[in-house]
Design a protein around this ligand. Sequence first.
Ligand SMILES: [Zn+2]
Length: 350
Amino acid sequence: MVRKKDQFPSSVISDSLYRQNSILGSCRNLWITYKSYNNTGMDAYITVDIGGTNIRCAVFDEKGDSPMRYKKTTTLQNNQSAEKNIIQVIKESWPDGFNVKGISAAAPGSVDVKNGIVILAPNISGWKNIKLKKILEEEFHILSIINNDARLAAFGEWKKGAGQGHENLLYFTISTGLGGGAIVKNELIEGDLGIATEVGHITVDVNGPKCGCGKFGHLEAFSSGTGIENYVKQQLNKGFISDLLKENSTAKEIFSAASAGDCLAIKAFEQAGYYLGIGIANYLHIFNPSCIIFGGGVSQSGELIFKPFRKSLEQHVLSPDYLKNLEIKTAWLGDNAGLIGALEYLKLYV
Ligand SMILES: [Zn+2]
């Protein structure tokens, strides 16, 4: 079955559906005001996807098929911290008249799920040891949970997307970085503190290039969009000639160049696919999943990356048994996987 990618158009909620009271965003003790409107008797769930550029907030009712409210804002706007902007967008999206069951936030970077702390989010300036769960619970007096965005996307794809019906699956999102998550026997793997499945940061070559995390030779350093860009830069510096590429070419431009037959661009994707095959062979040996899902912009490069990936996977996997019943799919939920995952994850706790 081919399912259309879900889209949450910004027009889903017209401004007229938001609270008329424009002072809501700046008042700190509005929760009591909100509570007084609880009269529909219906439950609602608030989800937030926090990115380096944007914060997206979606409010779902009990059915949860599509959000009844959706709002996007800039992560670091109005000279405010990201956490203040998160609070503001939640306030502006708050569904009056509903019984709000909780807030579920998908955060980038390393997240201590147990204690509700964003340990480090390199893409958000100043985000180190942010006690986001506590901040949200103190502000809204309601159950708030946080988890890593890629891991929640894995959960979303498993519950509502390409991974439905699989008991054991792996999800990888390949874009600027490389993240993901694992479902084992119908459970999301989190680890002791909740910092497990940092799938982009396994070492695939001890002599490899520097990763965004500062270590060397990680899978992300080879197979992410940044890895592809850095490879091109490095080869051009070494004297490789390309008519289409420059030192600062983006992954998207490299994709276009590869599609036009540029040798260096094709090589960049071949390298990304080759190391992706090494990394995923390692994961197959640990998890033996029946399904692997790829999301993120780079995964839309098609055969440019997947052909060398499959070849490398077959080459590095311990036995063909790991590939026998393995489905390799692209993600269904697109950018909304994190929000849908956050919703489904919240439902485990309320
Ligand atoms: Zn790394």
